[in-house]
Design a protein around this ligand. Structure first.
Ligand code: ADP
Ligand code: 5GP
Length: 208
């Protein structure tokens, strides 16, 4: 069984990353989303274990001390981390895993040479549109929106370090671009577009 790919995806808050990933996961087989741990409070509609594992600071810090995180960062005033356990098990089963992490976390994975990880950056089509989407989401107080907008300027500067840039103007097109990247990377790893390994026996190429 060949190992699943690791896709690392970053974007300024409000660019549409969660929306795109939700659609992609519904469309493409053998893909999993890595559920991070965070100290942020849940937004309306979010549930524990689905979008995030919501934990308090002491719990997060204990996990960090126990080396439970592949990477972690403080983002917009909250702690976020990817637990090693969750992604290892999926990749070992041949499933591709998507990490939705910020630019600091992506830098950690790039700098420690995480083998074969594929880095994607989602950009909004413009600054005014990012502002509109962040406010339109209606889940964050104005102070949080301002903090996230200020951070967006620095985050956009990292776009050039990623393997792929996806501009989320029309949602369906952005999802299609991501799907194309997933399929291309599967072909590169000598797997089928559905993510299955090449099975010579099943194709009738058995040894004489
Ligand atoms: P992120 O996960 O990057 O913080 P979200 O996925 O929560 O962003 O998207 C922010 C807001 O923008 C949501 O209200 C979402 O419905 C909207 N949105 C996402 N993609 C598009 C798009 N291509 N066109 C218009 N609105 C979008
Ligand atoms: P939000 O609070 O909007 O869900 O996420 C805020 C930011 O935290 C986003 O940029 C998101 O990608 C990032 N993030 C979510 N989980 C992780 C994680 O496990 N590690 C890191 N480094 N960033 C994360």
């Amino acid at each position: 069984m060949s190992r699943g790919n690791l896709f690392v995806i970053s974007a300024p808050s409000g660019a549409g990353k969660s929306t795109i990933l939700k659609k992609l996961l519904a469309k493409v087989p053998n893909l999993a989303f890595s559920v991070s741990h965070t100290t942020r409070t849940p937004r309306p509609g979010e549930s524990n274990g689905r979008e995030y594992h919501f934990v308090d600071r002491p719990t997060f810090e204990r996990m960090r001390a126990d080396q439970a995180f592949l990477e972690w960062a403080e983002v917009h005033g909250n702690l976020y981390g990817t637990s090693r356990k969750a992604i290892e098990a999926q990749q070992a089963r041949g499933i591709d895993v998507f990490l939705d992490i910020d630019v600091q976390g992506a830098r950690q994975l790039r700098d420690c040479g995480h083998p074969g990880a594929i880095f994607l950056f989602i950009a909004p089509p413009s600054w005014p549109e990012l502002e509109r989407r962040l406010r339109g989401r209606g889940t964050d107080p104005e102070e949080t929106v301002q903090l996230r907008l200020n951070n967006a300027r620095h985050e956009m500067e990292d776009a050039g370090r990623y393997d792929y840039l996806v501009i989320n103007d029309r949602l369906d097109e952005a999802v299609e671009v991501l799907r194309a990247v997933v399929i291309a990377e599967r072909c590169k790893a000598r797997r089928t577009p559905d993510g299955q390994p090449l099975d010579l026996a099943a194709l009738g190429f058995t040894a004489q």
